[in-house]
Design a binder for this molecule. Structure first.
Ligand code: ITT
Ligand code: NA
Length: 178
């Protein structure tokens, strides 16, 4: 492989691999738990993760940092999405919400090699469903993207419209012409 995805999360890798395949890019996997700095900025977390990943493996890498931002909760869990999922989980989130259910998913893809450090971000607006629907990983059973009636977990076309798809599309345009 010319390019590797460094992450502890198999689901993220499999989706990224499938998405990049559609752009003609083959993506290897280096499964690794990168230490995440505590920061209110997803960008800072992503830059740091990418530098650590390159330093560790000395190969061209991309990493991804995601966050689910819920409007009525002031953007919570945002940069703490991973921790919040592991602690209160989807039921915990559902218990915090009332009428305003607006949310967005943000993805930052950061590329790092010997000379380049470059980020690509994208967001996808949506709402948090009233209950968990469908079988999926992470927040998929509670996130309903804009213009859809299904949660990510219930749909087949997630990889054609997700926050991950949008950020990887930007990355591909750059990577293939770099
Ligand atoms: P890394 O090792 O790559 O950091 P992670 O699972 O910790 O893996 P993030 O910090 O980027 O990944 O993700 C924040 C949280 O958001 C995490 O709990 C994920 O399960 C969840 N998440 C990210 N993308 C998602 C998606 O497409 N669908 C559902 N949940 C998602
Ligand atoms: Na993480």
């Amino acid at each position: 492989f010319d390019l590797y995805f460094v992450s502890s999360n198999d689901h993220k890798y499999l989706e990224a691999k499938n998405i990049l395949e559609t752009f003609g890019i083959k993506l290897g996997f280096l499964k690794s738990d990168l230490e995440e700095i505590q920061s209110n900025s997803l960008d800072d977390v992503a830059l740091r993760k990418a530098k650590d990943a390159f330093f560790k493996f000395k190969k061209p890498v991309i990493i991804e940092d995601d966050g689910l931002f819920i409007k009525s909760l002031g953007g919570f869990p945002g940069p703490y999405s991973s921790y919040v999922f592991k602690t209160i989980g989807n039921d915990g989130i559902l218990n915090l919400l009332r009428n305003n259910r607006q949310a967005k998913f943000v993805s930052i893809i950061t590329y790092c090699d010997k000379t380049i450090l470059q980020s690509f971000d994208a967001k996808l607006d949506g709402i948090i469903s009233k209950s968990q629907k469908g079988k999926g990983w992470g927040y998929d059973p509670i996130f309903v993207p804009k213009n859809s009636r299904k949660t990510f977990a219930e749909m087949n076309e997630k990889n054609k419209l997700s926050h991950r798809y949008k950020a990887l599309k930007k990355f591909s345009n750059w990577y293939l012409h770099k």
